[in-house]
Every structure is written in structure tokens, then in C-alpha cells.
Ligand binder design. Structure first.
Ligand code: LP5
Ligand code: MN
Length: 241
């Protein structure tokens, strides 16, 4: 049994290598693994399932072809929290709510995107609470597509400017108490997340018991990566064209 997990691809037409690597990876894995999990931020941003951008429709078609043979699961990230039933139908993927638990070869795992555990970033958590409200989402989705794109690009610009000025600070990382609370709620499980762009494996002691946390690599500057879960446990692997 082998499961692959990827996260934070941030697919967009401005960086063609991303779409090419995703397409090739799906073709390589189709029929050769038991399932693929995408842990959020598959897209640079998502403004609604009615988006008719040709690049996006192409990516959805690639996913549908993959999912016809191999189960495909997607968690929403902070960039694509608006993924909905239309996306699921077009991509063949099953949308999962976080935290999602699964057991592979007898080992339990708990999966999240990771933004929810970045609790030191108070401004972001406030933004997150707002945009996750069903009423806010319904109002946003009623706006014309072009306006939604313009707003999303504005927020992306603000977010990048903030990261540029702050640098790679601790508030962009997960909070230790939030991680411990999640692990405590899932005894024995290994935690896997993305979002922080700090790929690593961590061991921490919780009530005297060693617990594992794996962070999936984002796809960046021509390189991607994935985690594999099999009878040997978790292993990290690079991907490139
Ligand atoms: O994504 P990344 O890595 O750059 O940074 C994240 C946090 N940023 C975000 C925003 C996303 O990048 C873009 C989301 C696009 C969604 C499109 C659909 C809906 C758009 C609706 C917009 C109203 O998640 C960043 C974190 C960082 O991770 C590290 O964890 O710090 O958080 C922010 O930058 C958010 C700011 O701190 C708060 C922004 C308040 C904005 C208020 C907007 C009011 C409406 C304006 C309408 C024009
Ligand atoms: Mn993210």
C-alpha cells in the first residue's frame, strides 16, 4: 500500500513549469499508487468553481483523468478555501474537511493544511475567520468573476508585501501549543501538514510519548516534492521536470 501527499503547488498560468510538473506527476502516479492526497493551496488562488480560465480547466481535466483510475483527495488551503462541489465534479477529487484522519499499514495519520495552526499570526486568523463564514462566502461568490479575480490579486499582493517586509518570521510558522492540542486529540497519530514552506520532520514529546510532525514541501523555483506513506512509514522525495 502506498499513498502520496503533495501540498502548496500554487498552480497558476504565469509559471508554466508548475502545470507541466503537475501533469507529468499525475501521469507517472496514475494507476501506480493507492491514492493521492493534496493538502491545500493546489491553486495560487481560487475565486469560485465557475472560474473559466483555460489553464484552470486544463488542470481540472488532468485531475479527472487521474481520478478515473486512482482515488484523489483534496483539502482546502488558505488560497483555495472556496473549492466546492463544482470543483469536485470537474476534477473527480473528493473534498475532505480538516482535520482528516486515515490509517495506512496500521499507522494513524492526521492531515491539515497548516494555516489553522499558525495562531501567532493574529491578523491572518482574523482574516481566516471572516472568509470561512458561509454568509461571507455566499456574498463574495455573487460578485462578477472579474471583480473576484481583482480582489484576490489585491489580497495576494498585500500578502506577498507583508511576507517581504516581515521576512521568514516565527509568526509564519505553526504554534507549538496548537500542534500539541491537535496531536493530543489524535492519540498515536503522525501529523502531516503543508503551508509553512518549511519542509522537515519533527519529533516532539507529548506526555512523555515521542510524536511525529511532517511538513510537506511547497513547489517552488522549478522544484516540487512529495511524501510517501507505505509499510516503511513516511519518506520525503523531490520532484522536478
Ligand atoms: O498565502 P501566503 O503564503 O502569501 O500567506 C498566508 C496568508 N495570506 C493569505 C491570503 C492569500 O495569500 C490569498 C488568498 C486569496 C483568496 C482568494 C479568494 C477570496 C478573496 C477574498 C479576499 C477578501 O492567506 C498571510 C499569512 C501567511 O500565510 C503566513 O501564515 O500571514 O496572511 C495575510 O497576509 C493576511 C493579512 O494578515 C490580513 C489581510 C486582511 C485583508 C482584509 C481584506 C478586506 C477586503 C479587501 C477587499 C479588497
Ligand atoms: Mn497555505
Amino acid at each position: 500500500m502506498a499513498i502520496h501527499l503533495i501540498s502548496d503547488l500554487h498552480l497558476h498560468p504565469g509559471e508554466p513549469w508548475l502545470g507541466q510538473l503537475f501533469t507529468r506527476t499525475l501521469a507517472d502516479w496514475r494507476g501506480n499508487i493507492d491514492a493521492l492526497y493534496i493538502l491545500g493551496d493546489l491553486f495560487e488562488y481560487w475565486v469560485g468553481d465557475d472560474d473559466d480560465e483555460p489553464f484552470t480547466r486544463d488542470m481540472l481535466a488532468q485531475m479527472r483523468h487521474f481520478a478515473a483510475q486512482t482515488p484523489l483527495y483534496v483539502l482546502r488551503g488558505n488560497r483555495d478555501f472556496l473549492l466546492g462541489a463544482g470543483f469536485a465534479a470537474a476534477s473527480g477529487a473528493t473534498l475532505l474537511d480538516e482535520p482528516h484522519t486515515l490509517t495506512i499499514c496500521g499507522q494513524p495519520y492526521v492531515l491539515v493544511h497548516g494555516d489553522g495552526q499558525c495562531t501567532d499570526d493574529a491578523a491572518y486568523q482574523q482574516f481566516r475567520a471572516m472568509v470561512r463564514q458561509p454568509a461571507w462566502q455566499a456574498a463574495f461568490l455573487q460578485k462578477p468573476l472579474a471583480e473576484r479575480h481583482a480582489i484576490a490579486q489585491q489580497i495576494r499582493t498585500m500578502s506577498e508585501a507583508k511576507k517581504q517586509s516581515d521576512g521568514l518570521t516565527d509568526i509564519g510558522d505553526v504554534n507549538d501549543d496548537a500542534i500539541r492540542a491537535l496531536l493530543a486529540a489524535h492519540p498515536g497519530a503522525t501529523l502531516i501538514h503543508g503551508h509553512t514552506h518549511r519542509p522537515a520532520s519533527h519529533t516532539l514529546l507529548l506526555d512523555g510519548v515521542p510524536r511525529q510532525r511532517w511538513v510537506i514541501a511547497d513547489w517552488y523555483a522549478g522544484h516540487g516534492g512529495y511524501l510517501r506513506l507505505d509499510e516503511h512509514g513516511v519518506s520525503a522525495h523531490p520532484l522536478s521536470l
